[in-house]
Design a protein around this ligand. Structure first.
Ligand SMILES: C[S@@+](CC[C@H](N)C(=O)[O-])C[C@H]1O[C@@H](n2cnc3c(N)ncnc32)[C@H](O)[C@@H]1O
Length: 286
């Protein structure tokens, strides 16, 4: 089990050094801010798309009444509530059960049968899982449709606050709107407008902190689900992440990405198109 974390060392550190040089065109106040934030919280914002990230941070900074990045940084250093708000703003935790239901059908009807054609156990990683809707959707689907299959589901995110919510397993009804009705009735108890997830499903998922831009990647994975986060990263960061995902996958393993996150030239990562938004790890070149 611990083999998850006996993991290849990512090349991302060398890569980050390269990015610092690339970031030289940024305005000085902002580039100083992101490098100091990286030292303080370990999130390198230079690897996120600059225009979008800078807009988000500047709007929050202005809302809190700071005229420049330097005074905002000084305040973030001393005020945990301000810092939590900052992290919350930059992580964008929006998620829901069975997000893009057609893709879940393909996962159920085509991808899982492909993965289990010669095994009875799957190791699955839901990366950037936010508040848990994605790994729990998977746990429910597998329990219902593949009841004899043994599964290990690892779910990770950079945001500890999101992971705490995930572990609680309590959701607003709106986030279950695409979950098949029968599953909603079977696996949730509804009370005071909230939906409480069944304990057996909660126990199927193992949540851990993980930064896709800095931490080692788990290995020997059959299925990686990483959706709606890569859109926020620079092209260089995406390339590094796809390379790492490819190393994490077993031969014939599958990477499931978000519906705006098609990979261009997947062959450069030893991946091929398996279905729309699904990529298969090619065995031959490993
Ligand atoms: C929009 S949510 C996606 C949730 C889910 N995958 C989905 O598609 O519904 C994006 C998540 O990416 C996480 N995230 C952002 N940067 C990250 C990083 N460097 N490493 C890991 N997770 C990150 C955020 O904390 C957030 O929970």
């Amino acid at each position: 089990m611990m083999k998850y974390w006996l993991i290849q060392k990512t090349t991302i550190n060398g890569f980050i050094k390269g990015m610092k040089v690339k970031g030289a065109h940024m305005d000085k106040g902002y580039s100083d801010f992101i490098s100091r934030m990286n030292q303080m919280i370990g999130i390198d914002l230079s690897l996120y798309k600059e225009a979008q990230m800078k807009r988000r941070i500047t709007s929050l900074r202005n809302k809190r009444g700071f005229e420049n990045f330097s005074s905002y940084f000084q305040a973030l250093k001393k005020d945990q509530i301000l810092l939590d708000e900052f992290i919350d703003r930059l992580t964008i935790n929006v998620s829901e059960f069975y997000r893009n239901p057609k893709r879940w059908e393909v996962l159920q009807e085509k991808v899982i049968p492909h993965l289990i054609h010669d095994k009875d156990k799957l190791t699955i990683w839901s990366a950037a899982c936010s508040t848990g809707e994605e790994p729990y959707s998977l746990a429910i689907m597998l329990k219902e449709r593949f009841p004899r299959l043994q599964v290990q589901i690892l779910a990770t995110d950079i945001d500890k606050g999101a992971l705490d919510k995930a572990k609680q397993g309590v959701y607003k009804e709106q986030s279950l709107k695409d979950l098949p009705h029968i599953y909603k009735n079977k696996y949730f108890i509804q009370k005071n407008g909230l939906c409480y997830l069944n304990e057996k499903i909660k126990k199927m998922v193992n949540f851990k902190g993980h930064n896709l831009l800095a931490d080692r990647y788990p290995q020997n994975i059959d299925l990686i689900i990483c959706r709606n986060v890569l859109i926020y990263f620079t092209d260089e960061a995406k390339q590094e992440i796809y390379t790492n995902f490819s190393h994490s996958l077993n031969p014939d393993g599958v990477l499931f990405v978000g519906s705006t996150e098609q990979i261009f030239s997947p062959d450069q990562y030893n991946l091929s198109v398996f279905d729309t938004f699904f990529y298969k790890k090619e065995p031959q070149n490993e």
